[in-house]
Design a protein around this ligand. Structure first.
Ligand code: SF4
Ligand code: SF4
Length: 284
């Protein structure tokens, strides 16, 4: 079973919650792993005393133009929907970072002038924390194939014999978020009690609803603000826990430490645990 933590915006607490969940499920004896899919800035591991396990290069496939083979037939003209391949008279411009490897340009060219080549995009790493694995993808600077890398991290993590995979999503509602939640059984949204937290969180929730995904909400850094009242009313049935803004939690966070003994975090973790266990029961 796979669960994800997402937030709509950065700094709203999704990594904080996914790290607490790894710790919580591990203590409950669940065969669990954490996949950090925030591949531009993976940082879930900072909360744990880890040992390195593995490091593999990750690759994407991109086109290369072989000028000598080109007959100027123009079958490839204007085909690329991602503006990664542009045919010009006598040449071609390729923005490899923008290629989604859809295959259309290779398919269109019957003369072997567009060939599929391998390009390094980053690394997939794994670590051990108390017998649980933490996986992460780290995208090379300047690369834009986050989704390709996320798929590779997921594949690596799902090859393990697990009862539960916890995924930490990238912030926002980009393709990376959609790829993360696409096969997730439940998504837990960490919604920060701030105007941006509510605004961006609602956009992410709309995506979840569009995709008909099961989701729940945890209000994080809760200050019971006026602007969050409408949101609370609207999603009342989906809100499973609130974690008030507390100096002690923030101080421990700044020291890269979790707060598993905090009463509100414990309550949130227990709620998450019972929802996951219920779903696991239904899936059996
Ligand atoms: S493989 Fe698809 S996305 Fe990549 S350059 Fe060709 S047409 Fe564009
Ligand atoms: S389809 Fe191939 S041969 Fe035709 S113009 Fe494009 S690259 Fe050249």
């Amino acid at each position: 079973m796979t669960i994800s933590f997402a937030s709509g915006k950065g700094g709203a607490g999704k990594t904080f919650l996914s790290a607490h969940s790894l710790d919580f499920f591990l203590k409950k004896g669940t065969k669990v792993a954490l996949a950090d899919l925030d591949v531009e800035e993976p940082n879930s591991k900072i909360f744990f005393d880890i040992e390195d396990l593995s490091k593999k290069e990750a690759f994407a496939y991109v086109p290369e133009f072989i000028k000598e083979n080109c007959t100027e037939c123009n079958r490839c003209l204007g085909l690329c929907k991602f503006n990664a391949f542009t045919k010009l008279p006598g040449s071609a411009i390729i923005f490899k970072q923008m290629c989604h490897d859809c295959g259309l340009c290779y398919y269109a060219c019957k003369n072997g002038a567009i060939v599929r080549t391998k390009m390094r995009i980053g690394e997939v790493k794994s670590y051990n924390y108390n017998g649980a694995k933490i996986f992460e993808g780290l995208l090379d600077i300047g690369m834009e194939q986050g989704v390709v890398l996320i798929k590779q991290v997921k594949k690596e993590a799902l090859a393990e014999e697990l009862e539960l995979l916890i995924q930490d999503s990238a912030p926002g509602t980009s393709c990376s978020f959609v790829e993360t939640i696409s096969e997730s059984d439940i998504t837990f949204m960490s919604i920060e009690d701030s105007p941006m937290g509510i605004h961006d969180g609602e956009i992410a929730i709309k995506v979840l609803e569009e995709m008909k995904k099961d989701f729940y909400i945890i209000i994080n850094k809760d200050i019971e603000s006026n602007y969050s009242q409408g949101f609370r009313k609207k999603f009342n049935e989906k809100i499973i826990a609130t974690i008030p803004e507390k100096k002690e939690i923030a101080s421990r966070y700044a020291e890269k430490k979790l707060s598993p003994e905090d009463a509100d975090i414990k309550k949130a973790m227990n709620e998450i645990f019972s929802i996951v266990e219920k779903k696991r029961g239904e899936k059996k």
